[in-house]
Design a protein around this ligand. Structure first.
Ligand code: SF4
Ligand code: SF4
Length: 408
């Protein structure tokens, strides 16, 4: 067994682009990832969530009206973290109430259906039926923050780089999700679970979907017993053992994940998809249907690297200017402006979209009112106003606020 002190890095967040990412990501991804530049997503300001006012999100749960799939090893690491706080009791009560299966937390068919209905009825952020069990509402914080999953760690309600940023975070999410899935399944095999048999259990239950969920959305006792098999009654021990496995093999996690053949529960997935009432099928189809073939992790890694390259555009030597439909104006700071944005003196206007700026950013943006060449003089001028001129330039280009085409 590996001692916690030997692996303290895992228990501390990996900070990239100002984002506190799960510490284990340092080992789940190739080393290069730690040198990647992630966009700061300052418009997703979780400590003063703008979506409460903008979209009527609940003040307590906000975007955590979601049931996360937390892999077994992350739950185990959280249990091994002596400084976790109330998140520990949350994990234990989720085990007690049959919400955790050997792969980790996973929505039962009834919880999955509730999520589809919630989102279909435009109740994401507002509903009551799907609330993350790991949120500590009185403190408005995630109880397992350093152990949250790929979806939670890459979700931003506002993306500073517009659609290019959306693509970037989506690719990161897909990559990590696949690694999480592979490692969770690898752990099953390492802890004596027959992985092929395990997935056949789901497929046998596909013909009796309603019997898989308890009234409270938990997994029903019958399927739960089958899934846990010999580990039934020792679920906490299983999760801690899964953490010990990733700690012991932390230097090889990416390699292990990329070689592990991921199994999928094709019939079960199909049955849960088909159980969604027609009226909600549009929302259902937003989630990709699992067709039984897992995308190789190496391919996802290369695609992610390409997205990273796309993000940081820097057209040195080209002429840049405002897009023709862009203007800069003083922020009216009236009722039409959500209070979160009233602190900014200026805003860029593009149709009905706004980007709010402080004085320095507005000064830098004015430099492009007429076509100007991107060279060291321009960067020097931007540098006088901005901490990171290259990042801001990429952001304005990606959001379609600046263009290289008009000016040429
Ligand atoms: S990510 Fe969630 S909590 Fe953070 S600002 Fe957006 S909606 Fe609010
Ligand atoms: S795990 Fe944490 S971040 Fe994810 S939904 Fe739950 S409370 Fe929110």
């Amino acid at each position: 067994m590996v001692s916690i002190s030997e692996n303290s890095e895992v228990f501390e967040p990996l900070i990239l682009g100002g984002h506190p990412l799960p510490g284990l990501w340092k080992f789940m991804l190739p080393e290069d990832f730690q040198y990647f530049r992630l966009p700061r997503e300052q418009e997703s300001n979780c400590s003063a969530c703008p979506q409460i006012e903008k979209q009527g999100f609940r003040e307590d749960y906000r975007c955590c009206t979601y049931y996360p799939r937390i892999p077994n090893f992350m739950l185990g690491l959280a249990l091994r973290d002596k400084n976790l706080g109330p998140g520990r009791d949350r994990i234990l009560s989720n085990i007690k109430n049959r919400f955790v299966i050997p792969e980790g937390t996973q929505a039962s068919p009834s919880v999955w259906l509730d999520s589809v209905v919630q989102n279909s009825e435009d109740l994401f952020g507002k509903g009551r039926d799907v609330l993350c069990p790991f949120l500590i509402p009185e403190q408005r914080r995630c109880g397992i923050h350093n152990y949250r999953n790929s979806v939670c760690s890459s979700f931003y309600c506002e993306m500073s780089h517009g659609p290019v940023g959306v693509e970037f975070w989506d690719h990161l999410q897909s990559l990590i999700l696949q690694i999480e899935t592979a490692l969770a399944q690898w752990i099953l095999s390492e802890l004596g679970v027959d992985v092929d048999e395990y997935y056949k259990i789901f497929d046998r239950w596909a013909s009796d979907l309603p019997a898989c969920s308890g009234r409270d959305g938990s997994w029903s006792e019958d399927i739960y017993r089958e899934l846990w098999g010999d580990w039934l009654g020792r679920e906490e021990e299983f999760l801690v053992a899964s953490a010990d496995l990733v700690l012991a093999r932390q230097e090889s996690l990416y390699e292990i994940a990329s070689k592990f053949p991921i199994r999928q529960t094709k019939s079960f997935e199909k049955a849960t998809y088909e159980a969604v009432p027609e009226v909600h099928q549009k929302e259902r189809d937003r989630e990709p249907y699992v067709d039984g073939i897992a995308v190789p992790i190496d391919r996802l890694w290369y695609e992610f690297q390409a997205q990273h390259k796309n993000l940081w555009v820097f057209p040195l030597g080209k002429l840049l200017a405002w897009m023709s439909d862009v203007s800069l104006e003083e922020n009216p700071k009236d009722e039409s402006v959500p209070s979160f944005y009233r602190k900014f003196p200026y805003r860029i206007v593009q149709g009905r979209r706004y980007q709010y700026l402080n004085n320095q950013e507005a000064e830098a943006f004015r430099l492009f009112q007429s076509p100007v060449e991107l060279n060291s003089d321009l960067l020097g001028a931007m540098d006088r106003h901005l901490e990171d001129p290259r990042a801001k330039l990429s952001q304005w280009l990606n959001r379609g606020l600046l263009t290289t085409e008009l000016a040429e």
